[in-house]
Design a protein around this ligand. Structure first.
Ligand code: SF4
Length: 212
């Protein structure tokens, strides 16, 4: 694949969606970002944003989460898919952040991934959004669909897609790829119903169904 293709993809997406797009998970500080991202797998951002205002009002520190009554915490998270597991992970991760990291959210992927519920995707979003650090690329469903349709990966496994993207794009682009692909996935390159006619990549995408 020519480098030129990758550069043109990012150029067009940045022109359409902006240079630096941030997560749509509503948060006011690092702790809220961490909690929202931890809850986000298998959920839409809207689902998370409906739950977190009440959650953040009730629990104002990692100690609050660590000391929480698990049934009450589950109640607050009941609008989120897999809320029972996520409540357990949040409570345990909070205790570990206090015990192992002095109450600070770690700033390396390796350390973040010692926390329950934190895989590469969650860790990459926390690092990129919270610390501006790009150790990898967060591959969610939208990002995976777009990467495959653009011919940037043949894989279905997000961690393999991530490796393909890390190889194909220079490190300076890692931080923006995920959010740009997510925007495109939400806008036109939807998993079930792609709208190639409206897509800014329609003239160059190998999966385009737009009239040529
Ligand atoms: S042209 Fe179609 S398949 Fe290609 S990225 Fe755009 S919406 Fe997706």
């Amino acid at each position: 694949m020519k480098r030129d293709f990758r550069e043109r993809v990012l150029y067009r997406l940045e022109r359409k969606y902006g240079g630096k797009i941030h997560t749509q998970l509503v948060h006011k500080n690092m702790r809220e970002l961490f909690v929202a991202v931890l809850l986000s797998p298998q959920c839409t951002d809207k689902q998370i944003n409906r739950v977190t205002p009440w959650l953040f009002k009730r629990y104002k520190s990692f100690k609050d989460y660590a000391d929480s009554d698990i049934e009450e915490l589950q109640h607050y998270l009941s609008g989120v898919n897999y809320y029972k597991t996520k409540a357990k992970n949040l409570k345990k991760a909070s205790a570990m952040i206090i015990a192992n990291f002095g109450g600070m959210i770690p700033n390396t992927l390796e350390e973040l991934m010692t926390l329950p519920g934190v895989g590469r995707k969650v860790g990459n979003v926390v690092l990129n959004e919270g610390y501006g650090i790009d150790e990898g690329i967060a591959v969610d469903t939208h990002c995976a669909v777009v990467a495959r349709r653009l011919g940037l990966s043949k894989h279905r496994d997000p961690s393999k897609i991530e490796v393909d993207l890390l190889i194909k794009f220079p490190k300076r682009d890692w931080g923006k790829i995920s959010n740009l692909f997510i925007e495109l996935g939400r806008d036109t390159c939807k998993a079930r119903n792609k709208e190639c006619e409206r897509c800014v990549l329609k003239s160059m995408c190998p999966s385009s169904e737009a009239r040529k």
